[in-house]
Design a protein around this ligand. Structure first.
Ligand code: OFO
Length: 162
């Protein structure tokens, strides 16, 4: 195996957290669709798919370096999703938490001189810059729109999604 037992365990934790991210975004998407906001819901459904891809990418990496992939229970998403603003805020908080966890993995790779994992993790470091920035932008748009302008917000999100 090219990585340490400790790194293997930490990568498995992150695989679980990426799955938890997908689980969380699915819940948020469903809550948004129930509010009648189909486009915003699609934005979050798409995000959930991306999170699953992040987990898959990490699973493939662990296998490629001869590690063992273990699947653990995915926690129930927590949060209060009764308004678009609270969903947008929790999405930003979630991405900040993911960023912290990725940075901890990078620090461990550096400490262990595990250059293969360090190089692999760079993709996640860059992805988090993008995801935190998108989540901040979404929260700004939601706050600027206010509860009365959700249809305008849907229009803007549709444009962003191309
Ligand atoms: Fe996996 O990037 Fe968001 O959480």
């Amino acid at each position: 195996m090219l990585i340490s037992e400790q790194m293997n365990a930490k990568l498995n934790e992150q695989i679980n957290f990426e799955q938890y991210s997908a689980h969380t975004y699915l819940g948020m998407a469903a809550a948004l669709e129930s509010m009648g906001l189909k486009i915003l819901a699609d934005y979050f459904f798409k995000h959930a798919d991306e999170e699953r891809e992040h987990a898959m990418k990490m699973i493939r990496y662990v296998l490629s370096v001869g590690g063992k992939v273990t699947m653990k229970t995915i926690d129930e998403p927590k949060g209060d999703w009764d308004s678009v603003e609270s969903i947008a805020k929790q999405s930003l908080d979630h991405e900040l938490e993911v960023t912290k966890r990725i940075n901890e993995l990078v620090a461990l790779a550096d400490q262990q001189r595990d250059y293969a994992t360090r190089s692999f993790l760079q993709w996640y470091v860059d992805e988090q810059v993008e995801e935190v920035s998108s989540a901040e932008y979404l929260l700004t748009l939601v706050k600027a729109a206010g509860p009365q302008q959700m249809l305008g917000l849907e229009h803007r999100i549709a444009q962003m999604m191309g």
